[in-house]
Design a protein. Structure first.
Length: 202
């Protein structure tokens, strides 16, 4: 039976107590299925040949398509559910006890990546299925705000926080291919989008 999972190293993120919604089994590092997400930042630099992971089935099941993952200011793990199915796109949260909370997005949002902002809110890109915005979610309330991207059909993907306090993201649409930014107040004028002219480059 196909399942969508969030898989996290047990020893670094939570205690080894048993939880009713958790199925723990050993996995060899690098052998997990594509249906799982791993909190790689929590894995020590040197690992034994085998380590234990706890798997948490995402409540929305095989339609959720989880990807993009970050640690929130509340200590929980946040991720996006980028399902193209109507009404299935969500922002997901799992706390240290393995309890999930899901926040439903507008139809056709298809979020891509998520990051914790400098103001304690989380920010995510939504650039598929007709969406073209940077989303803000307040972890304490679940309130979601959409900041419409000025570039038409920008196809925003990767997202990160810069030392200038702004939220930077990639505009990956063909013919756009730029790096842009938005303030935590939703102001896109803080940076003029930087067009990239070289392909396959860092």
């Amino acid at each position: 039976m196909e399942r969508e999972l969030i898989a996290l190293p047990v020893a670094r993120w939570m205690s080894k107590r048993s939880y009713t919604n958790r199925t723990a089994r050993p996995h060899r590092v690098g052998m997990a299925t594509a249906a799982s997400l791993f909190l790689l930042a929590a894995i020590p630099a040197t690992l034994p040949a085998q380590t234990n992971f706890a798997e948490f089935p995402v409540p929305s099941g095989s339609t959720s398509v989880p990807q993009g993952i970050t640690t929130g200011p509340d200590g929980a793990v946040w991720f996006v559910e980028t399902s193209p199915n109507a009404g299935a796109a969500k922002i997901g949260r799992i706390d240290v006890n393995g309890v999930f909370t899901e926040y439903v997005l507008a139809a056709n949002s298809e979020p891509q990546q998520i990051v914790t902002g400098p103001d304690g809110n989380l920010y995510f890109t939504a650039g598929s299925g007709g969406a073209n915005f940077i989303g803000q979610i307040v972890p304490s309330t679940g309130t979601i705000t959409q900041f419409a991207i000025p570039t038409p059909d920008a196809s925003p993907t990767g997202i990160a926080v810069s030392s200038d306090g702004n939220i930077w993201f990639a505009e990956a649409a063909p013919g756009v291919n730029a790096i842009a930014a938005v303030s935590t107040a939703g102001d896109f004028s803080v940076v003029t989008p930087i067009a990239l002219t070289t392909g396959n480059a860092i």
